[in-house]
Design a protein around this ligand. Structure first.
Ligand code: PLP
Length: 228
């Protein structure tokens, strides 16, 4: 068995165990493979293990990989900070954008999404533990943003995305509570099904709190080298 297959099996096993502990079904948690900094050929190899959804943070790098891997049926997720002048490329090339935290960004993504495509899946990024210099809207802005973004035509608002400070397990439970609160007030609760939280180091805690999508890089691909 090759290294990537082994790494993915281990991560899937960790997810399964975390689900068992939490009394949840394994299928209730999706594994998003975070592939930033890794070359397209490594993603191609990961694809052969059965992985279909990949997350990227940097637009230019992502666009190159999307082109190089156009022959594969990959579901591309953008998980980086969304800059206002980059929305056009995100709207046309990705299936999901996780880092939406302002109405203007959602409005642009909706306007720039081609009507021939499926609606663009969106997660609202929340600064759940009030970190300085962090992306994400404030928890008390979520209800109003959900109301406004839900009205936009070419988007499907799926849920929340959080990146709490390391070891802040409570933040995962706060995110879950906010997620459930919004669902109860939501005009289309059936669309509101995604709580994107948990990375290599904290996916077990995130699943215990109710994560439905873990974004895992290092545990799948190894350490990242930013020097290149
Ligand atoms: C890089 C990144 C990840 C993956 O982190 P690992 O610790 O390598 O698993 C997850 N989410 C976001 C938003 C990231 O930028």
């Amino acid at each position: 068995m090759n290294k990537l297959q082994e790494a993915r099996n281990q991560v899937l096993q960790q997810i399964e165990q975390a689900c068992q502990l939490a009394g949840r079904l394994q299928q209730s948690v999706e594994l998003l493979a975070v592939s930033k900094t890794h070359p397209a050929e490594m993603l191609r190899e990961m694809y052969t293990t059965g992985q279909r959804s990949f997350g990227e943070n940097y637009l230019q790098e992502a666009l190159e990989k999307i082109e190089a891997l156009a022959d594969l049926e990959i579901e591309w997720h953008f998980i980086g900070h969304v800059q206002r002048n980059k929305t056009k490329h995100l709207a046309s090339n990705f299936a999901w954008v996780h880092g939406v935290d302002r109405l203007i960004i959602a409005e642009r993504l909706s306007a720039q999404r081609d009507v021939s495509q499926q609606p663009l899946n969106i997660c609202l990024q929340v600064n759940i533990d009030d970190q300085d210099s962090k992306d994400g809207c404030a928890p008390d802005e979520v209800a109003e943003l959900v109301r406004q973004i839900s009205l936009l035509p070419n988007l499907k608002l799926r849920g929340l995305m959080v990146i709490p400070a390391p070891n802040n397990t409570q933040a995962f439970f706060d995110a879950r509570q906010l997620f459930e609160q919004v669902k109860a007030e939501h005009a289309h609760p059936e669309d509101w099904d995604t709580l994107s939280m948990g990375m290599s180091g904290d996916m077990v805690d995130a699943i215990a709190a109710g994560s439905t999508m873990v974004r895992v890089g290092t545990a799948l691909f190894g350490a990242r080298d930013y020097s290149k």
